[in-house]
Ligand binder design. Structure first.
Ligand SMILES: Cc1cc2nc3c(=O)[nH]c(=O)nc-3n(C[C@H](O)[C@H](O)[C@H](O)COP(=O)(O)OP(=O)(O)OC[C@H]3O[C@@H](n4cnc5c(N)ncnc54)[C@H](O)[C@@H]3O)c2cc1C
Length: 486
């Protein structure tokens, strides 16, 4: 039987959409391209949601007001963000967690070692895998039909931008009254990454050395189809992405968070020539970790080496594989295959330039370098205490920012006009808020906000009722939350 609402994708954004559409009374079919065991896309790898709050809220300490969240986003994106949509996603994050709880998501305070985030980020108990499982359970209990191994490769859209039907790779045509696209970015598509990144001045194809942190299923098939076959309005630059420097030994796909190397701000990072190339102490790690993948992508051979000494041990979340360990810096360079002379010149210049004040990794402290380019502006301490450790790092792509343009109703747009019944959420539209840069936890803030409004509007569109906006969802949440606590 034809569903009212078809949801394409099986991660956080798709599930939020499916739950909202079902709660609004629509019949819902969700098509996930992955098998059941791999369901949930990148969302299954997540840990937390960035949340505004004006006062302490269960697991969140102190306050993180809208303005501060907005300024954090403004800073990392360098202004490449659409303020009205960004502010709605931010406001939504302050009120959505009771709804998430009603669908089985639980929260916990961060473990020690997850720096600086107890105030800003609510952690999912059991991580993103538990969140995704809870949403699937709730969706199925509410009667959402779920089909796995059901990748969609094209849509029928009429001349007015109205969704008509979707076609699965297996050749099935599925018509519905409305549709939500939540099929992720194109980060897993290595050919598309190669095309976007091209060849650099050294003759390298940088993306050939990228690793993909999450699912192998986000191939961007529908994103490309919407942009090229249907001329949907696009947003974002195909080379912009959330990119982390990860352990070079990580697998090509699905290495997840345990491959992150989180000691960058506690030491220095050199390229394969043994030279530093960026300020490792520019800002708190959760605000900077997502630029390091790109920085490493610009280096020869797309590889970097994060170097620390024993003073750093215990101050960061240890990676799953131990680093290379040596009793002296030249020995470390030799083990890492780095040119020893240049490496030692770099390390000696850095050590000499350090002006150590009061080291405190929990604040932007006054330990900095003087007369060194690039500078290290915080947490600069000479690397002198054996044993020394080094980790080879590669660019790890988390998700791409090229997407479909949308508005506060989550409608897909064609030639500037909003589709009446086709909506988009999650990575497929995150570029509306994230033109570049990243601040930890905002991917889930965007996906949850736009997944929810997309689902509600898909249900309304299926009944040919006027659409609502994300502001309406926030107002409803506030009312429900006030009622529940009264
Ligand atoms: C290792 C890692 C850690 C992360 N940690 C965090 C974090 O702690 N906090 C945070 O905010 N963000 C985090 N992110 C980013 C976060 O995962 C994304 O912002 C968010 O999950 C995007 O949700 P989504 O639903 O749009 O995409 P996804 O969760 O990736 O879901 C996309 C879904 O679409 C399916 N699909 C793809 N193509 C098709 C098709 N053609 N037909 C049918 N289905 C299709 C996929 O199988 C998948 O189920 C992390 C990402 C990774 C990789």
């Amino acid at each position: 039987m034809q569903p009212d609402v078809l949801v394409i994708g099986g991660g956080n954004a798709a599930l939020c959409a499916a739950l909202m559409a079902r709660e609004a009374g629509a019949s819902v079919l969700l098509l996930e391209s992955a098998p059941r065991a791999w369901r949930g896309g990148n969302s299954a790898h997540t840990r937390n949601l960035r949340c505004m709050h004006d006062a302490p809220q269960d697991v969140l300490v102190e306050a993180y007001p809208e303005e501060e969240f907005w300024q954090d986003l403004l800073k990392v994106t360098g202004g490449q963000t659409q303020e009205p949509l960004a502010r709605l996603a931010i406001r939504h994050s302050g009120h959505c967690r009771p709804w998430m709880r009603r669908h089985g998501v639980h929260f916990q305070p961060p473990l020690s070692g997850a720096l600086h985030v107890a105030r800003t980020n609510a952690f999912f108990m059991g991580g993103g895998k538990a969140l995704v499982n809870a949403y699937y359970r709730s969706a199925e209990a509410l009667g959402v039909q779920v089909r796995y191994e059901a990748p969609v490769d094209r849509l029928e859209i009429d001349a007015d931008g109205r969704f008509v039907a979707a076609h699965t790779v297996a050749g099935e045509r599925i018509a519905a009254r409305s549709c939500v696209l939540a099929a992720g970015g194109f980060e897993s598509n290595r050919d598309w990454l190669r095309e976007a990144w091209g060849r650099n001045a050294r003759g390298e194809f940088p993306s050939d050395n990228f690793l993909i942190r999450g699912t192998a299923f986000n191939q961007g098939v529908l994103l490309r189809h919407l942009l090229e076959a249907h001329g949907a309005d696009r947003i974002g630059d195909p080379t912009q992405a959330h990119m982390v420097a990860i352990d070079a030994r990580a697998p090509l796909y699905d290495g997840g968070i345990c491959t992150r190397i989180d000691c960058v701000s506690l030491g220095v990072v050199v390229n394969r020539e043994g030279e530093r190339f960026y300020d490792e102490g520019e800002d708190f790690w959760p605000k900077r970790y997502a630029i390091w993948g790109r920085l490493v992508a610009m280096q020869p051979g797309q590889i970097g080496y994060s170097i620390i000494d024993s003073q750093a041990i215990g101050r960061f979340m240890p990676p799953v594989f131990p680093g290379v360990k040596a009793d002296s810096l030249p020995e470390l360079a030799a083990q890492l295959g780095l040119p020893i002379d240049t490496f030692m010149q770099t390390l000696e210049a850095y050590n000499d330039a350090c002006r150590v004040g009061r080291f405190d990794h929990t604040v932007l402290d006054d330990c900095h370098t003087e007369g060194l380019a690039p500078a290290k502006t915080h947490w600069a301490r000479p690397i002198v205490q054996a044993p020394f450790y080094g980790y080879a790092v590669r660019p790890g792509v988390t998700f791409t920012y090229l997407g479909l343009q949308t508005d506060d109703t989550a409608a897909v747009r064609f030639g500037g006009a909003a589709s009446a019944n086709l909506f988009v959420a999650g990575e497929m539209m995150a570029g509306n808020v994230l033109g570049k840069g990243y601040t930890a936890g905002v991917g889930m803030s965007i996906g949850t906000a736009f997944g929810r409004i997309a689902g509600r509007n898909a249900a309304l569109a299926a009944r040919q009722q006027p659409l609502c906006t994300l502001a309406n969802v926030i107002a409803d949440d506030k009312e429900k939350n006030a009622h529940a606590s009264a």
